[in-house]
Design a protein around this ligand. Structure first.
Ligand SMILES: Cc1cc2nc3c(=O)[nH]c(=O)nc-3n(C[C@H](O)[C@H](O)[C@H](O)COP(=O)(O)OP(=O)(O)OC[C@H]3O[C@@H](n4cnc5c(N)ncnc54)[C@H](O)[C@@H]3O)c2cc1C
Length: 129
């Protein structure tokens, strides 16, 4: 009981619900408190997109709703603006505190490692990264 009680307190925020983010979220759902953040309401199954162009029926498999993806964790429909140690800031400036962040935003607008925040840091602060 001790270990499951303590791991469930660990808060992991996952940025992006692509193939990397959704798989990470599912794998961690029973082991930690998971928050998955994705601007859209669904997982874009890109690999299905080309097949959908030639195989009837596959068009339903391109966008997979995120509702029900996680048994325990939470999905937030929002864009992440920046990531800093122990916290993630959404586009509406909501700050989410967490223990770990998994950056799974693919080639999204958020640049590695901390997106728009990078542009506001001075040279000394940038050297930390
Ligand atoms: C048409 C097509 C066909 C493909 N076919 C294949 C194939 O057959 N085999 C193969 O191996 N690969 C294929 N790929 C490549 C494969 O789809 C990518 O390698 C894979 O999707 C990368 O997954 P990912 O989770 O890293 O990123 P992505 O799938 O790009 O997911 C990133 C997610 O992060 C979200 N995001 C971005 N920025 C933010 C932000 N600031 N805040 C919150 N969320 C954010 C996005 O909305 C997105 O949902 C194909 C790609 C395309 C476009």
């Amino acid at each position: 009981m001790g270990s499951s009680a303590s791991t469930s307190q660990i808060h992991v925020v996952i940025v992006g619900a692509g193939v990397a983010g959704t798989n990470a979220a599912k794998a961690l759902d029973s082991k930690a408190r998971v928050t998955l953040i994705e601007p859209t309401d669904s997982h874009n199954h890109k690999i299905a997109a080309l097949r959908a162009a030639v195989v009837p029926g596959w068009e339903k498999r391109i966008r997979l709703p995120l509702d029900g993806l996680l048994k325990n964790g939470k999905v937030i429909q929002a864009e992440v603006l920046s990531v800093d140690t122990g916290r993630v800031t959404l586009a509406d400036h909501t700050v989410i505190q967490c223990d770990y962040v998994i950056l799974a935003h693919g080639r999204g607008k958020l640049a590695f490692p901390c997106g728009k925040l990078m542009h506001s840091l001075n040279a000394a602060q940038l050297s930390i990264f």
